[in-house]
Design a protein. Structure first.
Length: 307
């Protein structure tokens, strides 16, 4: 029987086959394509199961993925971690307050989502906390940066329910993944959208103003309108997988658009003369922060020259 993985702890899996849920282990010698991954089977994967009894089954094989979102398990690690598979889109949850999300984190996430062809929308959560002029300016600035880059960006609040209905409507019938740093309110948003899901939520650590890594395993929740939300554990950083230097700019949509007008077709947009990208940055058509983060990814130790 075919089912979708709705929870994965790495050693056992919860699989939904039709309306029935099974606790599953992986069958002894299953063939896995991606042995470098810490979790070869991820939430969102379609699998073939063999039923053992009322509640248990074994995963015998895994169906090919349409896409997946992946990051390096740790910066120096050779292993990767698949956050979710077979998703229609990703919502990157970010916050101005408690904690403040770094733009470098956002841009690295967006880069990976582009590389794996996953449309991404940004959600600025905890907007209820942003009452000061300074906070409002930051929000305006973020909206400008990411709209210019071609991304949708929406202010929401899990506490006051701002834009929660809109979000629910936007997700109808889609499989979406909620990603972001720990403590930005991914699980809280899920609970606001689907109170029956009741995912665990915890406070922000007072000493560090950071999340407490409350959600430990990714899990998929089904909503009455056919949406499926994958709530994921917060990540601290987003380690890049091995990109080639030349392909990197393809994953910054606004840089890629303008780069067609550069003098050299293999322009890296760093030192070359007649670079349309650098000109666009000077004219503020491309946000300086986006350009800086592009350059920082370019010189990242994991980004390679073509072999
Ligand atoms: N003021 C305010 N607080 C919020 C909002 N959303 C979440 N919080 C609080 O932020 C804290 C962290 O929320 P969680 O939902 O656990 O965050 P998370 O992103 O799931 O964190 P991890 O599971 O650790 O990745 C909790 O104390 C929430 O009550 C919001 O919209 N406004
Ligand atoms: Mg959580
Ligand atoms: Zn250029």
């Amino acid at each position: 029987m075919k089912g979708v993985v709705i929870k994965s702890t790495g050693s056992w899996y919860k699989v939904l086959c039709g309306k029935q849920r099974f606790d599953c282990r992986i069958k002894g010698r299953i063939r896995l394509d991606d042995a470098k991954s810490t979790n070869p089977i991820a939430v969102g994967d379609w699998v073939e199961c063999e039923q053992e009894n009322e509640t248990q089954a074994v995963i015998a094989s895994i169906y090919e993925r349409t896409n997946y979102i992946i990051r390096k398990a740790a910066n120096l690690s050779k292993q990767s971690h698949i956050i979710a598979a077979n998703v229609d889109m990703a919502y990157l949850v970010v916050t101005v307050h408690s904690p403040r999300t770094l733009l470098s984190f956002i841009d690295r996430f967006l880069l990976s989502a582009e590389a794996y062809s996953i449309p991404c929308t940004l959600l600025i959560n905890k907007c209820d906390l942003c009452t000061s002029d300074t906070d409002r300016k930051i929000i305006q600035n973020w909206i400008e940066i990411y709209r210019k880059a071609g991304y949708e960006i929406l202010c929401v609040s899990a506490h006051t329910s701002e834009n929660i209905e809109t979000l629910y409507r936007l997700m109808a019938g889609k499989t979406v993944v909620f990603a972001g740093n720990s403590g930005v309110g991914k699980s809280s948003l899920l609970n606001a959208i689907a109170p029956e899901a009741a995912s665990r939520v915890a406070g922000i650590s007072k000493s560090h103003n950071k999340g407490k890594h409350t959600t430990t395993f990714a899990e998929m929740y089904e909503l009455p309108n056919g949406a499926r939300i994958i709530d994921t554990p917060g990540v601290k950083s987003f380690g890049l997988l091995d990109f080639e230097k030349g392909e990197l700019s393809h994953y910054f949509p606004e840089i890629f658009n303008v780069s067609k007008q550069c003098q050299f077709h293999n322009c890296t947009h760093t030192h070359e003369p007649q670079c349309a990208v650098q000109r666009a940055v000077q004219q503020n058509e491309i946000a300086p922060s986006r350009y800086e983060n592009y350059v920082s990814c370019l010189i990242d130790e994991n980004t390679k020259h073509r072999k």
